[in-house]
Design a binder for this molecule. Structure first.
Ligand SMILES: NC(=O)c1ccc[n+]([C@@H]2O[C@H](COP(=O)([O-])OP(=O)(O)OC[C@H]3O[C@@H](n4cnc5c(N)ncnc54)[C@H](O)[C@@H]3O)[C@@H](O)[C@H]2O)c1
Length: 301
């Protein structure tokens, strides 16, 4: 829980676009020092210039969050410039879809590298710095927010690789919450689980490293891309609204952060499936035409 953000330091990954950029804007308005992290140089430069113009102290670093040495160097740079960060937003992420057996090893390495290992690095590198600051000063408060997704609480079809990465982030975050509460009352944790929101997430391939380049997309991957484009662009909740929810949750020490609270009904159905040992419910039960369309498209030659 952080009640006064002014003068505090935030580390934001994926700060060049979407939720990361909107959180940086709020942080700048609140008078925070900002560590902006992104792998896309032009987006990072634009974000850094905007936040500096808004009066924030900015440390901008081009870092691939999946890279152990780059993240370790980032932690050193943050410690040197601002000391222990008060707010860490492990948010950078990428999307990929298609039938789960069609993803290549490079697909798995890329998505798990960014979505899961990026969060792992943020947690393993910044939490000890925060705990040390908390030990030295009983007034010190810190908070870690990891970005998962509703896909971390559900198993929507034709996007298994993303679901796996986000379930892992939910598990990591819930465990982080419990582990922190064993050792301190001064550092908290939250997990952000958005539903579809218009950001750059449907164009994640733009930042895929050459070394993990994708193969020619399969039919199911093309269908998955078209579905995600449609779902994201139809989203009515804005990234700025979600970013405000993140700050409200940090101030209130609220663990689960939802962009679309109504979408939680599907989680209840999944939990009932598990509790009753019932086979997984058809995710298209309330939209049968969409399910029929997807099945027909995937079964077409
Ligand atoms: N937009 C949605 O509908 C939605 C829904 C659920 C979860 N999410 C999650 O929200 C998070 C933020 O995504 P967004 O929607 O703002 O998308 P976005 O593409 O607008 O922003 C993501 C940012 O992360 C950066 N990034 C990508 N790979 C990186 C890497 N290896 N290292 C560092 N930075 C990297 C990108 O350059 C980009 O600036 C992601 O974890 C995403 O999975 C988004």
């Amino acid at each position: 829980m952080i009640d006064n953000f002014a003068g505090k330091t935030a580390v934001l990954t994926g700060a060049g676009s979407g939720f990361g950029l909107e959180c940086a804007r709020i942080g700048a308005r609140l008078g925070m020092n900002l560590v902006l992290v992104d792998v896309q140089q032009d987006a990072l430069d634009a974000a850094a210039a905007e936040m500096q113009a808004a009066g924030a102290q900015v440390l901008a670093r081009k870092v691939d969050v999946s890279s152990t040495p780059q993240m370790e160097q980032l932690a050193v740079d943050v410690a040197q410039r601002f000391g222990a960060p008060h707010l860490v937003f492990n948010n950078a992420g990428v999307g990929a879809g298609g039938l789960v057996w069609e993803n290549s090893v490079k697909d798995w390495e890329w998505v798990l590298g960014v979505n899961l290992m990026g969060v792992v690095h943020g947690v393993r590198l910044f939490t000890p710095m925060m705990l040390e600051a908390a030990r030295k000063d009983p007034q010190w408060r810190g908070h870690i927010v990891n970005t998962a997704s509703m896909a971390g609480l559900l198993a929507p079809p034709n996007m298994g690789i993303y679901n796996v990465s986000k379930h892992a982030v939910v598990s990591l975050s819930e465990t982080l919450y419990q582990d922190l509460s064993l050792v301190t009352d001064q550092v908290g944790a939250s997990v952000l689980c958005p539903y579809f929101v218009a950001t750059g997430i449907n164009e994640s391939q733009r930042n895929r490293p050459d070394g993990l380049a994708g193969d020619q997309p399969t039919q199911s991957q093309l269908i998955g891309q078209a579905m995600i484009n449609k779902a994201v662009s139809a989203g009515k909740v804005t990234a700025a609204e979600v970013a405000q929810k993140v700050f409200d949750a940090v101030a209130a020490n609220q663990f689960y952060i939802y962009s679309h609270p109504k979408a939680i009904g599907a989680v209840q159905t999944r939990m009932e499936d598990i509790l009753q040992a019932r086979n997984p419910t058809d995710p298209f039960a309330d939209k049968p035409a969409l399910g029929a369309q997807l099945r027909a498209a995937l079964r077409a030659d």
